[in-house]
Design a protein around this ligand. Structure first.
Ligand code: ZN
Ligand code: ZN
Length: 337
């Protein structure tokens, strides 16, 4: 069921002393908002994620910071969980206005140029992947171009702080640690607050929906395998509460991580059933997998994401030796004999 865009956003809330949750709208998107977390310090506020680069989003962030008693100009640092526009989009504008540092994992920093500045090679990679996946010729171009509308929603900037696994961001009075959780993107980061035992989970662990995990080209070896391993990694933290970037805060990190792992085990079984009687292209597999709506009604960017997600499952099954590649151009997978 799609939610009405007019539904009010959750309130700006103080979550813990000095820690605020600020919903920032994502226009025309069923996710509706990204939760930006603002950490108060003697030096000024630090943000975990920033929101899309639109005036409406910027105004919500500004109003939220004012509720905290501070301003966008006082921001000292932006810790970006990953490269997607709803998280990274406003970081450049905040940086310009305040001189704040922007931090990101190197594997996502590497993608900025190709995603937001010079997308030519990426578009070619998407085209090749669509062909490999067996997309019908008359849908190729629309699917290839489907991500272009988000470009203006990102004020691309070069992050000046490189946050590797275990990195301790300089946020005075807070004991934060970056946890590298590749899968949803190659450089996705969660942040663990050692003092309050809180996990800022970005898009890696959400309370109700499962994040998209895509195979986009041959360089992504096994993103879904990485994602499952990253779930086991964060599942070992004794978090008192999880603060995700969408939906709502929740308790029960380990249970939710386990649930997501078993969700993908079910998906693996589904894919294996689909290819059981012969070999299939990724397109055929995607058309027979269960989605939140029938395949015929999934269009545009959502359709491309579903296809690339089917590919990620096929690749993971191939890596595990449960499926084999039987043909190329387009690629087909069949059961291991
Ligand atoms: Zn994301
Ligand atoms: Zn997101």
């Amino acid at each position: 069921m799609s939610s009405s865009p007019r539904r009010p956003l959750p309130p700006v809330e103080q979550v813990r002393p000095g820690l605020w949750s600020i919903p920032v709208p994502i226009p025309n998107n069923p996710l509706r908002y990204v939760l930006v977390y603002a950490l108060d310090t003697d030096r000024g506020p630090y943000l975990i994620d920033a929101g899309w680069n639109t005036d409406e989003s910027y105004d919500s962030l500004r109003t939220g910071l004012e509720r905290m008693g501070t301003t966008t100009r006082a921001v000292q640092g932006v810790l970006v969980s990953h490269i997607h526009p709803d998280h990274f989009g406003l970081a450049g504008r905040i940086q310009q206005e305040s001189g704040a540092w922007v931090g990101m994992h190197p594997a996502d920093i590497e993608l900025i140029q190709g995603r937001y500045v010079e997308p030519g090679p990426l578009l070619r990679a998407v085209w090749d992947t669509l062909q490999m996946a067996g997309a019908p010729p008359d849908e190729m171009e629309a699917l290839q171009q489907a991500s272009m509308p988000v470009l203006p929603l990102v004020g691309a900037t070069d992050p000046d702080v490189v946050m590797e696994d275990g990195f301790l961001p300089d946020v005075p009075g807070w004991d934060l640690r970056a946890i590298w959780t590749p899968g949803h993107t190659p450089g996705h980061l969660c942040f663990y607050d050692e003092r309050n035992h809180l996990l800022f989970s970005g898009d890696h662990v959400l309370p109700r929906i499962t994040p998209n995990v895509s195979l986009l080209d041959e360089d992504d070896i096994d993103p879904l395998g990485d994602f499952l391993q990253s779930l086991r990694k964060v599942g070992s933290y004794e978090a008192e509460e999880v603060l995700p970037a969408h939906e709502h805060r929740f308790v029960g990190l380990r249970e939710r991580a386990d649930e997501l792992v078993s969700h993908h085990e079910d998906r693996f079984a589904q894919v294996e059933r689909i290819v059981a009687d012969g070999s299939c292209t990724a397109w055929q597999v995607a058309a027979h997998m269960e989605w939140s709506r029938p395949w015929e009604r999934i269009s545009g960017f959502m359709r491309r994401m579903a296809l690339f997600e089917a590919l990620a499952h096929l690749r993971a099954l191939e890596v595990r030796g449960r499926l084999v590649v039987t043909d190329q151009n387009p690629r087909r997978w069949g059961p291991t004999t």
